[in-house]
Design a binder for this molecule. Structure first.
Ligand code: PXG
Length: 300
């Protein structure tokens, strides 16, 4: 059975899901998006993703033509119609169809698209052996220019960083702030562990406040692992005991090489492994049920 997508309130076959060439999402990257996972028929942290989508829209003054409740229902319904128990969901809201000028006042109703697809996972050995990364020469856009906390349709900087990783033959690229502090990766947040303590950059540095990142900080609390949001440099990464990335797609992915330096003993570390096990336990238990036969989860 083919997959279906939601386009402005209608369900169409995925291959026929289209928006106008005059949509400002296409012309100018004027819009916002989310990336959400479905685990065994339950949507992980739907509430947090929808809240972040509306926060991104609020900052760029984009009025989403659905209430948050309607958006959640549209997402659940799109997953249900696709019948996928493990999936990736991509809600997108763009400024809508306008003229060739920038002025968003010329745009009619914002375009709302929800795509549900099979998930592209890192191979199992990425979790067993760990990933290699480089530092990208492309820096993060400073938060005082266009705050990366807005999950906008402008991902060109992230894509340039990913191209640098591809050219170097590694899986991911670490991005630095204009001042040279470690920020995040092209599509994942970054953590280091040293002497039993976990550290990740604070959101004000100009990073996406990842839903997985937040779940990992919560897990650290539950597992009695001291965790802090702190500014750090590449020196701290090179000399860390462990390094790992977090994201909806990656979950918790160990990093064992950064810019040719081996991190710790060059294998996924014990804190990373404990957090990954804890995270997988969380995703198997929590979430908004999609299919009728599910017993509603208290954790929601
Ligand atoms: N930083 C950035 C810049 C991101 O785009 C994350 C961190 C992790 O956030 P979550 O909420 O997922 O824990 C993201 C995630 C992909 C992909 O292919 C991921 C993202 C966007 C586009 C593609 O994995 N966002």
């Amino acid at each position: 059975m083919g997959l279906v997508a939601y386009v402005n309130g209608e369900f169409v076959p995925k291959e026929e899901a289209r928006v106008s060439a005059l949509d400002h999402g296409f012309l100018y990257g004027d819009g916002v998006f989310e990336g959400i996972r479905v685990y065994n028929g339950r949507i992980f942290r739907l509430e947090q993703h929808v809240d972040r989508l509306y926060e991104s829209a609020q900052t760029i003054m984009l009025e989403i033509p659905l209430s948050k409740e309607e958006m959640k229902q549209a997402i659940v319904e799109t997953v249900r119609r696709n019948g996928l128990r493990d999936a990736y969901i991509r809600p997108i809201v763009s400024r809508g169809v306008g003229d060739l000028g920038l002025d968003p006042r010329k745009c009619g109703r914002p375009t709302v698209v929800i795509i549900v697809d099979h998930i592209q996972l890192y191979p199992k050995e990425a979790y067993e052996k760990g990933l290699r990364t480089i530092t990208a020469s492309t820096r993060k856009i400073p938060p005082h220019c266009l705050n990366p906390r807005v999950k906008s349709l402008n991902y060109l900087g992230n894509i340039m960083a990913r191209i640098e990783a591809n050219l170097a033959g590694v899986e991911e690229a670490i991005m630095l702030t204009i001042d040279g502090y470690v920020a995040e990766c092209s599509a994942d947040n970054i953590f280091i562990a040293k002497d039993g303590t976990v550290i990740t950059p604070p959101p004000h540095l100009g990073i996406l406040k990842g839903v997985t990142r937040d779940a990992v900080l919560e897990l650290c609390g539950k597992l009695d692992i001291p965790a802090f949001e702190r500014v750090f440099t590449l020196h701290d990464v090179y000399t860390a005991d462990e390094c790992f990335l977090t994201g909806t797609g990656a979950e918790i992915a160990p990093v064992v090489v950064v810019d040719g330096r081996r991190i710790g003993d060059g294998k996924p570390g014990p804190i990373t492994n404990r957090l990954l096990a804890g995270f997988r336990e969380l995703t198997s238990r929590e979430g908004t049920p999609v299919f009728e036969e599910e017993v509603p989860s208290k954790a929601g």
